[in-house]
Design a protein around this ligand. Structure first.
Ligand SMILES: [Zn+2]
Length: 169
């Protein structure tokens, strides 16, 4: 299914930065099916060995980012963490344009939180995510209710909130 002509068509519009609603109207399917096909494409990008996404999905993400779709929106559309989106953009996108604000990408939050719920909105709709920030592995959650992302570095107890506003221009 991931390689079907319809999916290729959707991916083309998606990388061009078109909205999900627009893609649904030009392909004649529902927005839900557009999102479903995008997520299947994403799942198909997981390499057979190990749990890593291949470059196909990262390039799609980086191009959509370049076409002025916010990273938090892309994260929501693909059900992925903002960290993953940012790393894909860093690898395949224009990594110079956002360099200036790189220092402030996360802030420490004062909490002994176990991350079973969202520290901000208390929602239980959280996905566990692992990431990679400034050359260190991180472990944390992505909140499906408020789109917040929280993490700690593997080797320390402090809890941080990811500030992805810095990705917007
Ligand atoms: Zn939340």
């Amino acid at each position: 299914m991931g390689d079907s002509p319809l999916t290729s068509h959707i991916i083309k519009h998606y990388t061009d930065g078109k909205s999900i609603g627009y893609i649904a109207s030009v392909t004649g399917i529902s927005e839900e099916e557009v999102l479903m096909r995008l997520r299947i494409f994403k799942s198909d990008s997981v390499q057979k060995l190990g749990n890593y996404y291949n470059d196909d999905i990262k390039k799609v993400i980086a191009k959509r980012d370049k076409n002025d779709v916010s990273r938090s929106q892309i994260a929501q559309e693909l059900c992925m963490s903002v960290t993953f989106i940012s790393n894909a953009c860093k690898k395949f996108g224009d990594n110079l344009k956002k360099k200036a604000k790189f220092q402030n990408q996360y802030t420490e939050i004062d909490s002994e939180h176990d991350l079973k719920t969202c520290p901000d909105c208390d929602s239980k709709r959280v996905n566990e995510i692992s990431g990679y920030i400034n050359d260190h592995n991180t472990i944390g959650i992505y909140c499906l209710s408020c789109n917040g992302e929280y993490f700690r570095f593997m080797n320390e107890d402090k809890l941080y909130r990811l500030n992805y506003e810095f990705d917007e221009e």
